[in-house]
Design a protein around this ligand. Structure first.
Ligand SMILES: NC(=O)c1ccc[n+]([C@@H]2O[C@H](COP(=O)([O-])OP(=O)(O)OC[C@H]3O[C@@H](n4cnc5c(N)ncnc54)[C@H](OP(=O)(O)O)[C@@H]3O)[C@@H](O)[C@H]2O)c1
Length: 230
């Protein structure tokens, strides 16, 4: 699809991968990029159009959909890890918050913007964790697996919209600061995402770990979980 001259909305665009995707869209000729953030004052790049958007707040979503009627590309990027909710301990309320942020928020945004996206695109930033379950972050893995399924349902249900799932292992942002595992840069993931849009591709597998994990899906579950990020 064409990015040149188009108008986009990116959630969680104040930092990390969302900010990199917003800038990559501009660099590829987008006419305007609405940069969603819980605190719009944290959007400091004058080329971006800040909008207040907490993806768990239906009023925010309705307000942005009302004012940004020119949007043809939506990037559901905002996300959280929720590591405090461990498998057998820790608050399940945090796991529910992860689901609200990583699954129900993007779903509600897809509903609000679907009428504007015929001939356009909906990009969901997912993860290798859509398929590779993490015992140390079960809510995160479950949310991304569910969001992957939702992404596929949206693709079937919105045949006039290019629905793209972006999967990656570790990306060098605050989100993954806890690990010294190999990481790709946010700019690299953003470039791969923009390339997929330009080439009308429905899936981004951003690194070797993700590609190997995706390929292991059809084999034994033990082999799937045995794929190592490093
Ligand atoms: N980094 C990785 O290793 C990695 C790998 C694969 C996939 N991903 C996915 O990539 C996406 C972005 O991650 P990142 O690495 O850029 O993380 P990050 O640097 O921690 O940024 C997270 C972004 O999401 C926003 N956010 C969180 N909850 C929100 C909410 N309720 N409403 C609106 N915005 C909210 C944050 O806003 P605030 O500034 O207000 O907190 C921030 O802009 C996530 O979906 C993540 O799951 C990350």
């Amino acid at each position: 699809m064409k990015i040149e001259g188009s108008v986009a909305l990116v959630t969680g665009a104040n930092r990390g991968i969302g900010n990199a995707i917003a800038l990559a869209l501009l660099e590829n000729g987008a006419a305007k990029v609405y940069a969603g953030a819980r605190k719009p004052e944290t959007i400091t790049d004058p080329r971006l159009t800040p909008v207040k958007l907490d993806v768990t707040n239906p009023d925010d979503i309705a307000a942005v959909a009302g004012l940004a009627q020119d949007v043809r590309i939506v990037v559901n990027n905002a996300g959280m890890g929720g590591g405090e909710a461990q498998l057998l301990s820790g608050p399940l309320s945090v796991a529910r918050e992860v689901m609200e942020t990583n699954l129900f928020g993007p779903w509600e945004i897809a509903r609000a913007f679907a009428p504007m996206l015929a001939g356009g695109a909906l990009v969901n930033v997912l993860s290798v964790s859509s398929w590779w379950a993490m015992a140390s972050a079960p809510a995160y893995s479950a949310s991304k697996a569910a969001a992957w399924s939702l992404t596929n349902a949206l693709r079937v249900g919105l045949p006039e919209t290019l629905v793209v799932g972006v999967h990656s292992g570790f990306v060098d942002t605050e989100f993954s600061a806890w690990t010294s595992a190999p990481k790709i840069t946010a700019a690299d993931l953003a470039a791969q995402t923009v390339k997929a849009l330009l080439e009308n591709r429905i899936e981004v597998l951003a690194d070797e770990f993700t590609t190997e994990t995706r390929a292991a899906l059809s084999g034994d579950l033990d082999a799937l979980q045995a794929v190592k990020p490093y």
